[in-house]
Write a protein that binds this ligand. Structure first.
Ligand code: IVH
Length: 698
């Protein structure tokens, strides 16, 4: 039995620990406690406070939302406090949440009480204040009542509109700034290239990027924003939470597509399960699902406790940690020859998913060292047979977070990282400054070849329908494709007979001819996409587009590569002078084109394609540059998305609604209220053909 004194001293300890964790998390963007541990301490604190109410401290962690704002930014006092959410950890907590609300409101068990359920985005919250439709300031949460003025930085975020049409006179839109997994990885890769600071996770990267004293740094970071709440309003957005979300979307904000209306706790938990299943594939981190009473009148009646609303709760995902046995270490060879160690584990459930593989990063990681030679896991190495702790973050690939040396088998030996490629036996040295060993086998290495082919058909590359990783492997094993060009000669080689393909399991007349059609469709390709598809080391999507824009045409690029071959001279100088292109990227590109076998393979491929020049953007001759255009009614010659993209490319701003600021309305058949309004406001109206005539040839 816990005594009064024990509880008192434990509460003091908890206040100190949670206080420190809060400062680290909110103040310095560097968490020192993981979320599950933080939640556990906070729950323990609440339980003790519930058992010994008079021991509740004046500085109780339950009453603190964040940490005091840091120096450096001016301060903004929130017109309406920015609150936190209380947590639910299982279905029972969710049922209690519903019962508590019913009790508070005096609702019968049979009275409908719908809730919204939406992902809890793992980023940092931001409040955006608009007056007369203009963004006037943006503030972080800070301690809930005073936040940091990050207006200049927020203006650089594409998802945050600078202007709102048809908005209430005053509206504070709140939501989460976050970074996608892909952008986070790219940012860290770039940071590591520059020798800059690496971010621990996308949340820290988003926070660190938003809270930059130099807004140009924020601009260079790919931040995103989901709107999900509001602060001060001069008039209500809607009657319901769902209606308000729709309204935020109409105003031009991104709202989360997984937001759903649920009729009670059971439906909430079902939706939670669905979101949890999709969690790994969302492309951004979420750490739970937020439930909110849908009826805003009821929300108003329910109000707030000291730091949390009564009408909302965050149902957190289970801590994603588990212990299991490391059964083996496999070495995989990637597209650029990198040898990646993969842990083979005794299967274990981590956060609801059975995990049997985890990444081990590189040989230093296994040995207990980081890239700079410092210790990780207190220097403990990882050995086959070890008892290891698996950590599954919101991203897809689980990691090994820790190892329990006390359970190490006596005969376990340090892992001997191979110095040769396990696939082709070529040397796999480690270049100075590189954390990984790389196979030097190049085209003779079957693993590299297959990985390159998989990359070639990947979504951001040729994206050929029906030709995915599995088919590529099959075709490679069968000797049908050895290099990218072979994909485009498949139809000719199988020609009329196609017998071999049709004899294969899973392939019939129809699927084979569909595949060949899909391949033909992709013969027309943009220069940038083609370059990316080649899978040259250091030449990612962004670099490929920069190179493509620089050269403009395939011929110019080809000639340029020959001229830049000595890695000196005017063509080379121009190339490394391109903004965003580094010497490392340029060298890698030029070297790939200078390698006789690689160049021959590239040329064989190019001969089978119709490579599109890069269209240089010049809006000076555009009659719609700077104009605000609205599309309405059905368009017959293009989709709405195409119309919008084209207009934007020509320098126009496309809006969803007609106002005094609209310059042009393009109205197809079935146009209704927008067309009427345009007439009233004297806005010029065109039909689809007139629009096409106006922009013809551009
Ligand atoms: S609602 C009054 N909805 O979680 C309640 N918050 O732990 C306002 N968060 O401070 C918050 N996704 O930073 C809400 N869909 C969502 C959210 C969300 C992430 C964050 C937000 C909030 C924290 C509370």
């Amino acid at each position: 039995m816990l005594t009064y004194e024990d509880a008192q001293s434990e509460l003091a300890q908890l206040a100190e620990m949670l206080g420190k964790a809060n400062t680290a998390y909110h103040g310095k963007d560097a968490p020192d406690l993981d979320d599950a541990d933080y939640d556990r301490l906070k729950r323990r604190n609440s339980a003790l406070e519930a058992a010994f109410p008079d021991l509740k401290r004046t500085d109780s962690p339950s009453d603190q939302v964040g940490a005091a704002p840091s120096e450096g930014f001016s301060k903004i006092t929130h017109a309406v406090s920015m609150l936190s959410l209380s947590n639910a950890f299982d279905a029972e907590d969710v049922t209690e949440f519903d019962s508590r609300i019913r009790k508070y409101l005096g609702l019968e068990a049979t009275t409908p009480l719908p809730f919204t359920a939406e992902p809890k985005i793992d980023g940092l919250s931001l409040s955006l204040r608009y007056e007369d439709g203009r963004l006037v300031h943006a503030a972080t949460r800070g301690d809930g009542s005073v936040g940091e003025n990050v207006t200049t930085n927020a203006r650089t975020i594409a998802d945050i509109p600078q202007r709102l049409a048809h908005a209430p006179k005053t509206v504070e839109v709140r939501g989460e700034v976050y970074m996608s997994h892909a952008d986070f990885e790219a940012l860290n890769a770039n940071q590591s290239k520059k020798g800059g600071k690496l971010f621990a996770n996308p949340r820290n990267a988003a926070a660190g990027s938003l809270r930059q004293l130099d807004a140009e740094i924020t601009r260079a970071r790919p931040l995103r924003f989901f709107a999900y709440a509001w602060g001060e309003l001069s008039e209500p957005l809607a009657d319901t939470q769902m209606g308000a979300i729709d309204r935020l979307e109409t105003l031009g904000f991104k709202t989360n597509p997984l937001t759903q209306l649920c009729d009670g706790p059971e439906a909430l938990v079902t939706h939670y399960g669905k979101i949890e299943q999709q969690r790994a594939n969302l492309g951004y981190d979420i750490d739970g699902v937020v439930y909110k009473v849908n009826d805003l009148a009821l929300q108003a009646r329910l109000g707030f406790r000291s730091t949390t609303p009564r009408w909302a709760i965050a149902h957190k995902f289970a801590a994603e940690l588990a212990w299991t046995r490391l059964e083996g270490i496999d070495i995989q060879v990637g597209r650029t020859g990198a040898l990646s160690p993969v842990a083979r584990l005794a299967p274990v459930t981590v956060g609801g998913v059975v995990v049997s593989n985890a990444t081990l990063h590189n040989e230093d990681y296994i040995a207990g060292r980081d890239a700079k030679g410092g210790e990780i896991r207190e220097g403990k190495d990882i050995r086959i047979g070890d008892w290891v702790q698996i950590y599954r973050a919101g991203d897809v690939i689980p990691k090994i977070a820790d190892v329990d040396i006390s359970k190490r088998p006596e005969d376990a030996v340090p892992f001997d990282f191979p110095h040769r490629c396990p696939e082709c036996q070529s040397d796999a040295p480690r270049e100075v400054g590189d954390a990984v060993r790389r196979c030097t086998g190049g085209l003779i290495c079957p693993a590299q070849t297959v990985e390159k082919l998989k990359h070639f058909v990947g979504r951001s590359a040729f994206d050929i329908e029906g030709l995915g990783a599995k088919q590529v492997e099959q075709f490679h094993t069968d000797g049908w494709i050895a290099e990218p060009a072979d994909i485009f000669t498949l139809r000719d080689r199988f020609g009329s007979g196609m017998q071999q393909l049709k004899n294969r399991e899973g392939w019939g007349d129809k699927s084979a001819s569909n595949l060949f059609d899909a391949i033909d469709e992709k013969r027309v390709i943009g220069l940038g996409r083609l370059l990316f598809a080649l899978g040259i080391r250091h030449v990612g999507e962004a670099a490929s587009n920069l190179f493509a824009a620089h050269f403009g045409t395939w011929t110019a690029l080809s000639d340029g590569m020959d001229a830049a071959k000595p890695l000196s001279g005017p063509v080379w100088d121009d190339l490394v002078g391109v903004d965003g292109v580094g010497e490392v990227m340029a060298t890698s590109l030029v070297n790939a084109f200078s390698n006789p076998e690689e160049r021959a393979a590239i040329n064989r491929l190019a001969a089978l394609l119709d490579i599109q020049d890069v269209v240089r953007r010049d809006t000076s001759s555009s009659p719609v540059a700077g104009k605000t255009v609205v599309f309405t009614g059905s368009l017959e010659k293009m989709t709405r998305a195409e119309a919008k993209a084209k207009a934007e490319r020509l320098g126009a701003k496309v809006s969803g609604s007609v106002s005094a600021k609209t310059d042009l309305l393009v109205a197809g058949p079935g146009a209704g209220s927008k067309a009427k309004k345009a007439v009233e406001l004297g806005v010029q109206t065109l039909d689809e053909d007139e629009w096409l005539a106006l922009i013809e040839g551009l």
